[in-house]
Design a protein around this ligand. Sequence first.
Ligand code: 5AD
Ligand code: SF4
Length: 485
Amino acid sequence: MSSVTSRPRKLYVKSYGCQMNVYDSQRMADVLAREGYVETSMPDDADVLVLNTCHIREKAAEKVYSELGRLRVLKQAAALEGRSLTVAVAGCVAQAEGEEIIRRAPVVDLVVGPQNYHRLPDLVARAARDGRVVDTEFPAEDKFDHLAAPSAAVTRSRGVTAFVTVQEGCDKFCTFCVVPYTRGAEFSRPVAKIVAEVERLADAGVREIRLIGQNVNAWHGEGPDGRAWTLAQLLYRLAAVPGVARLRYTTSHPRDMDEALIAAHGELPALMPQLHLPVQSGSDRVLAAMNRKHDRAEFLAVVARLRAARPDIAMSSDFIVGFPGETEQEFRDTLALVDEVGFASAYSFKYSSRPGTPAADSENQVSEAEKTERLARLQARIDFHAAAFNAATVGRTTEVLFESTGRHDGQMTGRSPWMQSVQVMAPASVKGEVLTVRITGTGTNSLYGALLAPARHDGAAPNDTASRNEALRPHEAARAASGGL
Ligand code: 5AD
Ligand code: SF4
């Protein structure tokens, strides 16, 4: 057995919730790597264990406390081995509940909010030295300036697609949502910092960059000319970074889809024909009560403009059922919207009352039974359109970025331009390449395909006028299959 002193200190990070937490978890690992911490996939091997939590719905937040209960045993086991285990709670539950976590969960040594991850090495040391620590301030300094970059080898081990946070926080204040409170006001990172991060990722072999932000299309970071750039400008700039084959961005707000961004979907080859654009409800009254700042017609107009620019764009969305006061007819307006748009995929949730948000105080809450029933009906409609969308790609030839080994021997998994997972018999050497594939069938969660000729060496998706004009229009096929509206 190795002695305690010679053993490298181990870090285990568990991420809940959204993609920004995945990105943040990596940044936490990177900043602690500078202090000699090595990541482990085994919690019982860890010296520092971080739960990167989500506060968006009650269920997600409560998960943290049950996990913390289980960690008590782990902490005792570490103590028996003569090691100490530092348990940290990060993320949005940390931000929202702070001291409350310390009170409720004796196992926790450290609570750190999303704006303070750059202070983690210091906070871990303080917790070991002085006892339990809470840091949920919104500091004056920019955490991004103090977070470490991973080595090329670590970047490569994380895969050929990477998230890059370009925007954080939200100023929209939808009445159901905790994000403006947990992540704070909108903040846009400057162009130079984003470009440097993307160049570093591309140098290490990353081919697809997914820009992330709670309200990513509200991004307006400072450009090298000292002016605020638009997201469209940023996308063009990043498409010019050598090695970058594909760009995506998420999550967007319908109000912030400006003309230049919509046009970029038709004109920028690296920008994939796929967009996650949450609408939440198809009822104008509910949208107003949610303070969404757009109505149904405005949302549909944005979708129509996107489809005019890029006919094959795969639309996805988020929905909430059972928002306070939602009637059966209002819920049916949501079902009708799903049919009208023909989403390629969508997430749907039961409304969850969040402390501190305006809707939480509404007296006309919808019953749990009603929410469950509506959710099932909505999910059936969403699944129907997703299946139709996937079926419409069968027989087509498209380009797949290969990401990892597949489920079966000899299989590799990649993604289509529309974000579908595709299983293909191919050698492991195709990882990181964009290759032409014929889609041969659909499975439960992915498509099956067969490799055709190697794709263009720059790996870009075809986007010349001819191929756009022939582009499949899966939403139309889906609409035809559902009988339309
Ligand atoms: N209850 C249910 N769903 C919610 N979301 C955000 N807040 C709530 C809530 N209080 C959903 C929205 C959002 C997604 C990330 O989570 O649909 O787009
Ligand atoms: Fe929450 Fe609305 Fe902001 Fe999205 S736009 S993060 S739903 S407040």
